[in-house]
Design a protein around this ligand. Structure first.
Ligand code: HEM
Length: 126
């Protein structure tokens, strides 16, 4: 779950407005500047996650920012993690195998939300 949250980050970006002038990585940002923080990109930062484009279930994901950071950290993160854990657990318990029709896959049309609107799947129950 954690590596999927990192690798295929569902909320791609958040916006902030600066309250004071800032300098970040040599770039001056004036007061009232709008800064788009790219969470999806941060989760692929190779200085934090070695070989970041590799989906690696054994990697250290403790520094992922999929639920934001700081005082606006996602209030629903524990619920989202719980739902995913229960959903995956139920799937593994009930489904012996599955087949996905790649031609029917539809992405969510959003600049921020990354995910699937449709993923036609036939399943073989246990
Ligand atoms: C995979 C699922 C989810 C993802 C990826 C996600 C992601 C995020 C992110 C990135 C933020 C930070 C926004 C910012 O800094 O501007 C946020 C905030 C928030 N999320 Fe989520 N979220 C998820 C599920 C949920 C759920 C299930 C709930 C509620 C039931 C929820 C409620 C909230 C609330 C209330 C905030 C605002 C917190 C604040 O501003 O103090 N989220 N979420």
């Amino acid at each position: 779950m954690e590596e999927t949250l990192r690798f295929d980050t569902s909320s791609q970006m958040v916006l902030r407005v600066t309250r004071t002038p800032l300098e970040i990585h040599g770039q001056a940002i004036p007061e009232g500047g709008r800064v788009l923080l790219l969470i999806g990109s941060a989760n692929r930062d190779g200085t934090v996650f070695p070989d970041p484009d590799r989906y690696d279930l054994d990697r250290d994901t403790s520094r992922l920012v999929s639920f934001g950071s700081g005082r606006h950290f996602c209030m629903g993160a524990p619920l989202a993690r719980l739902e995913a854990r229960i959903g995956l657990g139920e799937l593994v318990e009930r489904v012996a195998s599955y087949d996905i029709d790649p031609d029917g896959i539809e992405r969510v049309h959003s600049t921020n939300v990354r995910g699937l609107a449709a993923i036609p799947t036939s399943v073989k129950l246990r």
